[in-house]
Write a protein that binds this ligand. Structure first.
Ligand SMILES: [Mg+2]
Length: 449
């Protein structure tokens, strides 16, 4: 009887010869390729047998990790978007059981209807990451290689820091990030700075903070006065004095101000050469974004809550913003995010990446960023979480080294979990406990008749 390895080898030889012509391959090349295939795994017979969850808390966000098990002892790791419910992943389990995880795109297309914008996409994207991890482990190659290879060996990270209304304090904190090696910075710049200073904001009298935060920007009736705009600009100027003009400095979380205030503020900040103005209004308003972008001479950016490539392409085609900013755990996972990057590149638009998860999701981002040419910078929210690196093994530490993450070369995402550390930071009791209650979840899934 032939061993599974020799059958695998024969199958591989046949496939390679058919595709490229036998003369292309030397015997050494073939031997090396076959030796690299994980012989514990016969990829063509790999089947998903289970999906389980362990939710990490305060990383600094709540991050549900998922593990997809198979019939061959290998498993894949993924992560539901920060702040999303683990249920978004668990409800997919019955649709995944029995599927071959190496057919990443086929399985993704089967489940993608169960995602939507922002956190509702968390389950689909977490599963997609785990499928790539499994495919990489089955064939013993890193994910970036399956995406077409690397454009770069290290991934530039950008970081913000905890806010202070005192620009001297905030500037010191941002300067520390620069000293830590970060080459790209971001700050919060909200109208909360103006609270308590008369004559800086015009808004419906009696509007509560809760009302304002649950109302989209254009519908709040909040506008900044010239005095308020000058105060916010001076605040940025005081920070620029400390960190210098040469490092990119992006700004986010302006508050729910009207469109004209966005433009007034943007113009006032031109002299500080901001790297981008983020999410000044909701991403859905392409025409309004274009008004802002056309009116100010600093880059605009949105995208962290968009699911699937089509809305990104619409924004890029219209040149409604200068930079797009998918969160891979919302945008559709690793392959969809590479498609987003490639698609918007054709319109001359760069891709920055929003991210606020654990090292598992960080590595999904790193492989995608390595394989996408127009990548700009990847967010990191966990610089001050001392145990963040310890959640995983398999990659060199520190994970973020002088502002960059080296692209790992291990199979799949390249990380394994450090069980002891993850168990110390769980949101709720239970570490990848069985989930038989999700085995039979069913509906008639077809989207057409
Ligand atoms: Mg943001």
């Amino acid at each position: 009887m032939q061993s599974p390895v020799s059958i695998e080898r024969r199958r591989f030889l046949g496939g390679a010869a058919g595709l490229l012509g036998a003369s292309f391959w030397t015997n050494e090349t073939l031997d090396a390729a076959v030796q690299n295939t994980n012989t514990n795994s016969k990829p063509s017979d790999l089947k998903i047998t289970d999906l389980r969850v362990a939710t990490v808390a305060r990383a600094p966000m709540t991050c549900p990790l998922i593990r997809i098990d198979t019939n061959q002892g290998i498993y894949g790791l993924g992560e539901v978007r920060d702040g999303a419910s683990k249920t978004f992943a668990l409800m997919l389990k019955s649709r995944l059981l029995g599927e071959n995880p190496c057919n990443v795109d086929k399985v993704f297309r089967k489940i993608k209807q169960f995602g939507f914008h922002a956190r509702q996409a968390g389950g689909v994207c977490g599963v997609e990451m785990a499928l790539w991890d499994l495919a990489g482990k089955a064939y013993n190659v890193p994910v970036y290689q399956m995406l077409g290879g690397k454009f770069r060996d290290v991934i530039r990270c950008y970081a913000d820091t905890t806010e202070s209304h005192d620009p001297k304090v905030y500037g010191q904190r941002l300067k520390l990030r620069r000293d830590q090696g970060f080459t790209f910075l971001k700050m919060d710049l909200g109208i909360d700075l103006l609270e308590g200073t008369p004559g800086t904001l015009t808004q419906p009298l009696g509007l509560t903070g809760r009302e304002a935060s649950n109302t989209q920007h254009m519908f709040t009736g909040i506008e900044i006065t010239d005095k308020g705009v000058a105060m916010m600009a001076d605040y940025v100027g005081a920070i620029r004095e400390q960190i210098g003009m040469d490092v990119p400095l992006a700004a986010d979380h302006f508050g729910h101000i009207g469109l004209n205030s966005c433009i007034k503020l943007g113009k006032a900040l031109q002299k500080y050469n901001m790297a981008w103005m983020e999410d000044m209004i909701p991403w859905q308003y392409t025409d309004l974004w274009k008004k802002i972008t056309d009116a100010i001479d600093i880059p605009t950016l949105t995208g962290e809550d968009i699911y699937l490539k089509e809305p990104f392409l619409e924004l890029a085609r219209a040149h409604a913003v200068d930079i797009l900013h998918p969160d891979l755990a919302t945008s559709g996972g690793i392959l969809e995010t590479k498609k987003i990057g490639d698609g918007i590149q054709e319109h001359g638009v760069a891709m920055a990446m929003h991210f606020a998860g654990t090292p598992v999701s960080a590595m999904a981002n790193v492989h995608c960023a390595a394989a996408t040419e127009n990548f700009l910078a990847l967010e990191n929210h966990s610089v001050d979480v001392p145990w963040w690196d310890d959640l995983v093994n398999g990659v060199s530490k520190p994970i973020v080294r002088k502002g960059y993450i080296p692209v790992p070369n291990g199979p799949g995402l390249g990380v394994t979990l450090n069980d002891e550390v993850v168990k110390q930071h769980l949101l709720e009791p239970g570490y990848f406990e069985p989930t038989p209650e999700w085995n039979k979840e069913r509906s008639h899934d077809r989207l057409w008749s």
